[in-house]
Design a protein around this ligand. Structure first.
Ligand SMILES: Nc1nc2c(ncn2[C@@H]2O[C@H](COP(=O)(O)OP(=O)(O)OP(=O)(O)O)[C@@H](O)[C@H]2O)c(=O)[nH]1
Ligand SMILES: [Mg+2]
Length: 333
């Protein structure tokens, strides 16, 4: 499963965001470095397709899919040189596959800003410079090591290429596979979450390095999550955000059901059904003989599996079948 790391200045609202999406027990404070240690949290997604399937199966249990996030301590100017929580913070981020940068866009006198006032563009640039400088150091160190050891010529060439082209907001995702062991932040996929609803022209943030930009008022969303009465009156934006975000990071949803459980799963786009089987149970992977598949868009026209099957709508597929968004699968072993 892809791990998503949150990254931003202290007091940007990272823990507030994660608490709103997960209800996890995270510490939130109006002082910098409230979060001192990284903590993994899980955010469940209720999807329309899962609900559609459950309307048909009516099983006693409904199990949603989830995304895994890492709450990472705040980063400040000079972190790459060890200031604040420094390099330790950066190493937590390196363990993540995807980075969600969170930037503060709310005014609050009781919440100090590490740079004194709110300025989204400036904050994004501060983070960017830290990231670039930290990666630069890793690249330079490893170039020296590889030159000395006289090995891994290909990696050496790639590292030199990056060093030559490195600049703010330039990403090197195509190098991610080959340079995986160095865990460079600039080879990862970056997304931006603007926290708060102060007026802002997001147009000028679009050509930076983010695959997508989202806007949420995280404190409001958290208050909504914690107030059952209010939640009945106002729609939360969290579920929409999570569903959009998981699609943006290249995950598709497939579904399964038994007599007891209707369940949603996430997997990377273009995965085959054998990989889906492995996620469900290793037995399904090892003893895989084939699978039956129907998409929820078709299945919603039937009362049950048998009816769909008798009318010839269930496909028999082999291990190479590439799973689509909304496929309901039954593995045969
Ligand atoms: N008005 C407003 N306040 C917010 C919002 N999000 C967070 N806050 C407040 O900002 C303060 C900092 O929030 P945290 O979630 O602890 O920030 P953080 O980014 O995790 O900070 P560190 O752990 O110190 O890096 C808290 O007092 C929150 O209540 C928001 O969207 N609007
Ligand atoms: Mg925090």
């Amino acid at each position: 499963m892809k791990l998503i790391g949150t990254c931003g200045l202290p007091n940007a609202g990272k823990s507030t965001f994660l608490k709103a999406i997960s209800r996890a027990d995270l510490e939130i404070g109006n002082y910098p470095f409230t979060t001192k240690k990284p903590k993994e949290v899980i955010a469940f997604l209720i999807s329309e397709n899962l609900q559609k399937l459950h309307n048909i199966t009516k099983t006693p249990k409904l199990v949603p899919s989830y995304l895994e996030f890492l709450d990472v301590p705040g980063l400040i100017k000079g972190s790459h040189k060890g200031l604040g929580l420094g390099n330790e913070f950066l190493s937590y981020l390196r363990s993540c596959d995807i980075i969600l940068e969170i930037v503060r866009n709310f005014e609050r006198l009781d919440v100090p800003h590490p740079e004194n006032y709110v300025d989204v563009e400036r904050d994004i640039l501060i983070i960017e410079e830290e990231i670039i400088n930290a990666d630069k150091r890793i690249i330079e160190d490893n170039i020296k090591k590889l030159e000395k050891a006289k090995k891994d010529e290909e990696k050496l060439v790639l590292l030199k290429e990056i060093l030559d082209k490195i600049e703010p907001f330039k990403r090197f995702e195509a190098y991610n596979e080959k340079l995986r062991e160095f865990n460079l932040l600039i080879t990862k996929k970056w997304y931006l979450l603007i926290n708060g609803n102060k007026k802002l022209d997001i147009q000028k943030l679009k050509n930076l390095c983010f695959h997508n930009i989202y806007q949420l008022d995280c404190l409001f969303e958290l208050q909504l999550e914690e107030d059952e009465e209010l939640k009945k009156e106002i729609d939360s934006s969290i579920n929409n955000f999570l569903n959009k975000f998981r699609k943006d990071i290249g995950l598709i949803e497939y579904l399964t059901f038994t007599e007891e459980i209707t369940q949603s799963w996430l997997i990377e786009e273009n995965s085959n059904i054998l990989e889906c089987a492995k996620k469900i149970h290793t037995d399904f992977y090892e003893k895989f003989k084939g699978a039956e598949v129907i998409n929820i868009q078709e299945f919603q026209n039937f009362k049950n599996w048998l009816e769909a099957k008798n009318k010839g709508f269930i496909k028999q597929v082999s291990k190479d079948y590439i799973v689509n968004e909304g496929d309901i699968i039954k593995i045969i072993i």
